[in-house]
Write a protein that binds this ligand. Structure first.
Ligand code: F6P
Length: 510
């Protein structure tokens, strides 16, 4: 039985979960600060005996040695026989691959500076004013989140993101671009992802049709990939192919050349600060005792909620409009990592693994889904993210924003008693609040690294491989015949629903 239920602490937690929880709000706060973040766990309603048992579970699961394997480059991605070294991208001189990471960062910085200052010119001699980033999943979510979260600097070209194969995504962006002042950044670790391949080909066609010179492609298309041969075959100048390595998972890759739009938009120094913030969280994660270790505590609190309180989802509630893309980013990081049903050795999990991650920015969510959170029947836990200092001067707005964030988490904890059952709010709904002093590159880096290490810790507790994603292959495989059948190929062998839907959708004969 390779799951966490094999450990003595599991039985202790199971017994504690059967004990009715105290009805009173905690008398003392449980807040821990590190790397510029302050995390308030007080509203998680965990008493000391539960915390002790959770820490014992982490110890029995070998979290310390697993962490050293992570940072040391062991092949912990066991099904793909790969190391997991996104931490090496943060630029720690003592990390594995430090030389090639540093050399690549220097290339990226030089290129970003040339584009931003107008030294780099397009085929007609004009400077670049629009960046079109083409990539999906981990080759998209992190860069777009960071570009939107961080202020763009004065020299910044405008950054657009095209991920979906839906032509509306590409068409809308191309309508705002002129070929001679546009740089396309094709980001794909495999350089074989369908969406990116189709989008990049259509963008190249658009470009050539307007410019009339295929040779100009090399000035206006660059690539970030581990598949250099495929990028060269597409027509990318080898000098403009920035590396990705197999020890960087897609959903952990924004710290690499995948983050190029961040250098274009916020600037190379901001990117360096982002890395420094993540490095600060790495150092905290490696050095701190378990009882003060933010990623581990986030992991254990989540584990308690999912496995012993029956929470069916984790709501990510960023109370900062600049972080509105954070739920989508964390959906991939958490659900593509720990949405698994077998242990590392292939045996089926006997306990639930990662639940659904969802969310939306506050205060908008209060007018959309908070009703269910306050009066629904579903169990959940929530992470609030708030930022103390805004980057605007609208003090009243920000004070209301913070007041709402605290009020919503308080309402989830305390509820509201009423003789009218339609107005009663049960309360006792656990939440964590992560407070950033400001949304700087360093704090964003620390926040994202916090979640990366939390995901790692939960994978260790579940004893699952958090770093592969075999489940995404089936859909890709099934779409291939349907693509042809929508254009007229025989649908023999399709299930009744798919057969009927293809018939309804089939392109009218020419
Ligand atoms: O969703 C599957 C996946 O492989 C992700 O893990 C990855 O981030 C994304 O597709 C894009 O992959 P690539 O960078 O190889 O295009």
């Amino acid at each position: 039985m390779p799951g966490p239920e094999r450990f003595p602490a599991w039985n202790e937690l199971s017994a504690l979960a059967r004990v009715p929880q105290t009805d009173t709000a905690p008398a003392a706060p449980w807040m821990i600060s590190a790397a510029g973040l302050t995390v308030d766990f007080t509203k998680q309603l965990l008493d000391e005996s539960v915390v002790r048992a959770l820490l014992a579970l982490a110890h029995e699961a070998g979290i310390g040695s697993a962490r050293e394997q992570l940072f040391g480059g062991a092949e912990i991605n066991n099904t793909e026989r790969r190391a997991v070294l996104h931490t090496a991208l943060r630029g720690d001189d003592g990390a594995p691959f430090a030389d090639v990471v540093s050399a690549t960062r220097a290339r990226l910085t030089r290129f970003a500076d040339e584009v931003r200052t107008g030294v780099y010119r397009g085929y007609s001699g004009k400077s670049i004013r629009n960046i079109v980033h083409i990539g999906i999943g981990g080759s998209h979510l992190g860069p777009e989140l960071a570009v939107e979260a961080l202020a763009s600097s004065a020299l910044a070209p405008r950054c657009h993101f095209v991920a979906n194969i839906d032509g509306h995504a590409l068409a809308r962006v191309l309508a705002e671009c002129q070929p001679e002042t546009t740089l396309f950044v094709v980001v794909s670790k495999s350089f074989s992802t369908l969406e990116t391949h189709v989008n990049a080909n259509s963008a190249r066609t658009w470009f050539i049709e307007r410019v009339g010179d295929r040779a100009a492609v090399a000035r206006h298309f660059v690539a970030v990939s581990a598949n250099v041969a495929a990028a060269e075959a597409f027509g990318i100048d080898p000098a403009q192919i920035y590396p990705l390595w197999d020890w960087v998972g897609g959903r952990f890759s924004l710290w690499s050349a995948v983050g190029l739009p961040i250098l274009f938009s916020a600037g190379p120094s901001a990117f360096d600060e982002l890395l420094a913030g993540a490095r600060a969280m790495d150092e905290h994660f490696r050095a701190s005792d378990s009882a003060q270790n933010l990623p581990l505590l986030m992991a254990l609190v989540g584990f308690w909620n999912y496995l012993f309180r029956g929470a069916e989802s984790l709501a990510i509630l960023p109370y900062d409009q600049r972080l509105r893309l954070l739920p989508s980013y964390l959906q991939q990081l958490e659900m593509e990592s720990n949405g698994k049903s077998v242990h590392r050795d292939g045996t089926p999990c006997q306990i639930p693994t990662m639940p659904i991650v969802w969310g939306g920015e506050g205060t908008n969510g209060q007018h959309a889904f908070h009703q269910l959170l306050h009066q629904g029947t579903r169990r959940f836990t929530a992470d609030f993210i708030a930022v103390a200092a805004p980057s605007h001067a609208l003090e009243v707005h920000h004070r209301w924003l913070l007041a709402n964030a605290l009020a919503q988490s308080q309402a989830m904890l305390l509820g509201h008693e009423s003789d009218d059952p339609h107005r009663a709010v049960s309360g006792r709904k656990p939440s964590t609040l992560i407070l950033l002093d400001a949304l700087t590159p360093a704090r964003l880096g620390a926040l994202l690294a916090l979640y990366e290490h939390k995901v790692f810790c939960q994978g260790v507790l579940w004893n699952i491989n958090s770093f592969d994603q075999w489940g995404v292959e089936i859909g890709k495989r099934l779409a291939l015949p349907i693509f042809d059948q929508l254009a007229g190929a025989s649908t023999e062998g399709q299930d009744a629903s798919t057969h009927a839907l293809i018939a309804a959708l089939r392109t009218p004969p020419a």
